[in-house]
Design a protein around this ligand. Sequence first.
Ligand SMILES: Nc1nc2c(ncn2[C@@H]2O[C@H](COP(=O)(O)OP(=O)(O)OP(=O)(O)O)[C@@H](O)[C@H]2O)c(=O)[nH]1
Ligand SMILES: [Mg+2]
Length: 1112
Amino acid sequence: MGHTSLEKIIALQKKPSNIRNICILAHVDHGKTTLADCLVASNGIISTRLAGKLRYLDSREDEQIRGITMKSSAISLHFSTGETEYLVNLIDSPGHVDFSSEVSTAVRLCDGAIVVVDAVEGVCPQTQVVLRQAWLENIRPLLVINKMDRLIVELKLSPLEAYTHLQKILEQVNAVTGTLFASKVLEERAAKDTEEQQPAPGEQVYDWSAGLEETDDSHLYFSPDQGNVAFASAIDGWGFSIRMFAQIYSQKMGIRSELFLKTLWGDFYLNAKAKKIMKGAQSKGKKPLFVQLVLDNIWSLYDAVVTRRDKEKVDKMVTSLGIKVMARDLRHADPKVLLSAICSQWLPLSQTVLSMVCEKLPAPTDIAAERVEALMSVGARRFDSLPEETQQLKKAFLECASEDEAPVIIFVSKMFAVDSRALPENKQRPLTQEELSQRRELARQRHAERQAANQSSESTETAIGGSGQTAVTANDTGPDADALCAQTEALAAKASVEGPRREHFVAFARVYSGVARRGRKVFVLGPKYDPALATLPRGCFPDDAPPSVPHMASCTLERLYLLMGRELEELDEVPAGNVLGIGGMEEFILKSATISTSAACPPFTPLNFEATPIVRVAIEPKHPSEMQKLVQGMRLLNQADPCAEVLIQESGEHVLLTAGEVHLQRCLDDLRERFARIEISVSEPIVPFRETVIRPPKVDMVNEELGRQQKVAVARQAREEQSRYPEGVQVDPSGLVVLTTPNKLATLGVRALPLPDEATRLLEGNAELIRTMEQFNLMAREGRTMEISPKTLEAVRSFRAELASHLQGRRWRDAVDRIWAFGPRRCGPNLLLNSLEGYCRPSVWQCLEAPQGGAGPATPLTLRDLDSSVVSGFQLAALAGPMCEEPLMGVCFAVESWEVRPASRPDRQELGSAARAEEEAEAPAAGGGPGRRRGDAAGSGGGDCYGPLSGQLIAATKEACRYAFQAKSQRLMAAMYTCEIMATAEVLGRVYGVLSKREGRVLSEEMKEGTDMFIITAVLPVAESFGFADEIRKRTSGLASPQLVFSHWEVIPSDPFWVPTTEEEYLHFGEKADSANQALKYVNAVRRRKGLYVEEKLVEHAEKQRTLSKNK
Ligand SMILES: Nc1nc2c(ncn2[C@@H]2O[C@H](COP(=O)(O)OP(=O)(O)OP(=O)(O)O)[C@@H](O)[C@H]2O)c(=O)[nH]1
Ligand SMILES: [Mg+2]
């Protein structure tokens, strides 16, 4: 295990104030793993020569082949400065956007982060994301500007240009931090204001700036003089912070090092005559200190070693730096070898980074109270509304105590799979001398016995000269027995290698309080566990065999591991403040969990995942008999990946959801090679769509204005369609659908309206908030209360105000207060609106209102009883639209009339069926073509042959919504990716070519300052994105490699149901217009996949088509 012994690490683990838990974050390929290599090499785990080439923490084969990291992995390093010794638990994270959930799992366990930025590429999209992630988790970042060598060798900047360039990068990074900080201050200020609530009469003007000015934010920004920025070239093994140069020059020039610290970065220059540092380098045209004393030196070293290979100069420099270089390195053909030999002594990277980490980043004991509250507050709950015992646990967090009495609190952020042979307990370790001799002795005995047996049989047969022979064999025993011994050992080794190959799961975790000890009994708390609702006796311990409580299990900590990159080391106990692996938890934990000895411990807030799993495929085994293996394999995969989701659809398909193409590839490889180990067939990626309605368009498919004549034609078409509607459905030209239930007892009038885009976006962005509101309303209906934190209340209030501001105009009057429900799944981006006269029901904004008894007096009771049926019907309609059974988006259904004939007062118990039908609605309903009537949802069971009224009403509402939807201009919405592509001018044309072929749209094109690179920002439909990254890479010979990030949903402008009306259009598009209709293509593809009816003719009028093509 290299230089640092296990004992040493165990000893260091006991001193939390000297522990640093950190992760390395960056955009893809900015050099995280290379930097980690240098740090790992400083502990002797890998050789310094291999550092940067090995990428030790990329332990998977595909990581090495593709050259990108795909999972976060941890390693414990020892570092000492002077007297003090530190333990640095380092987690390397992936930068590729597909794996950003791995970043979340890493960030949660850390107190600090090293943010790496490529000196050429600067701040990239993922850099912003990781800065935000670090910010949201409240951990402190350091900045390492890496790949400095590229400025010298590739861009060939002069030191002064490089200095300006670096300044710009710092500005960019700080701009991101600044935005994050400003939003937080404003939020806090708003929260404070709502708590105070009473503005003084004179304070009419709202001063937004005040909060920003008062709060000190200087420590948040990155600046070399703050000591939180380092400059590095991980590949060449060097790095420095200005502290290092300050020390060197203060000795050399006799100027105080503090003075250098303040002036080495900035507009200062050295007045050589006066031996003084002066301000105003730029205005006086002088070289700034940083250029003169730092960059110039590095540039000239590169010049001498790499560019000119000037041996004499190199010798001189080596002597003046006072370092020793081995002759072998001096003679090496590759100048980079000599360069790293010199640099790693002159400016050792690991020393620079680790000392910065130990000095600037907090220890586990410094955990902020704010962060603890954020981790412990369950959802939107107020911290002070948590049970007393739970609140007391905050102290345990803050103390980070390792006494035996301290409650154990551990958070597991992910589960990772380890081959059973790689577990330390199964690993073959070198035999000790004693064991060897023991085995030898054993073998010798066995051999002797066999000899003896042989002999006795021989002697009985021949019965001559027994003693002499025995002596000879006894002499032979040595070598013979040794061979035998070797054989047994080899066999034993083979057995352990070939032993049953099984995947074991190790929990990636951190101890926040107490000591994790083997054999200790603990509670495992699932994310939905609620200490306030648990009815456990006070002070209940896991040893007491507690009663079963939902989302809680008790188990024993069986195996504890020290995470050492590719290796695991067994431990007996792990004190608070450390990162660790826990084995044997796969039965209890799916992906993440909280482990504690106290039942009062709340589950930690869920991880913030930035990625949306959007790419889905259906999987089946090549050989149908292997289904069981596939099911088992997918279960394991689901557990091993924080972001992948595995679903079994109603149709029986096994579906895998992943964050992107690269992620998909990795999941499939894992499934094939590790988890299922069978051959599988994978469907084409299934792309999600949304269905919506839009305002009547002004132009048609061919961009011709819809004139009066055409409008008449369209209206006629609509009338024709009317005849297609079944009995009991009336559709008026304005789109109002009136529908009566089959038993003729209830009538419902519904109209579909397109929501304004901003409103849809707002609803989509606030799904979590809406869910909280719904939870509150549900509890209120049951007569319970839920305390919502002031922050959440404020968020609800501003959400409501913003929604109101987007729903302006006559049509939307009071719309916000008339919202009946959100859907689908009660939190989606569609609305059900109560446009009934005189029907009062509890508002969806109940949590904002003071509690009040009873609803409006005018409401007929029957309607209130059936309220939830209407909601359920709406949920069903919103979950699967009529075009291709995809969810709706941005549609508002206004219920304009609703009557229930009094003759049929429903039984109160019937309401149960409403709830049941709604549960069924959770899975997308397949089948049923557009315009086809769907059967009763509730089935029979009531007094009449039509079944209970509530059930009929659900079906009727759903149908009414679907017809109302179809009465408007329907459109498909496509999921869009955004991507940023960096490309040089030569390949720009080809990038555009690929983009336009795939229906992409360029949003902007900028020149990256100081380089000859262009940055193109584009959007592109997910449906067209498969193979995009590869194609771009190929067409540009690897110069451009885009990363696709899900951005938004966009309406596809073409009408899927458009049919040509004029001669000309017939000629152009054919009778069905299905040749050019992208939207129709998508709709049909989805319908075909779902096994729905597709209206399509393969060849119509073949004759005519041929003449057409000839004429062209
Ligand atoms: N010129 C130069 N190249 C570097 C430097 N550091 C890393 N690289 C190269 O950049 C590439 C990416 O390095 P990695 O360390 O794998 O990057 P990463 O940030 O871990 O990438 P992901 O984990 O996939 O996000 C490799 O080819 C490295 O050799 C550097 O300081 N200078
Ligand atoms: Mg990496």
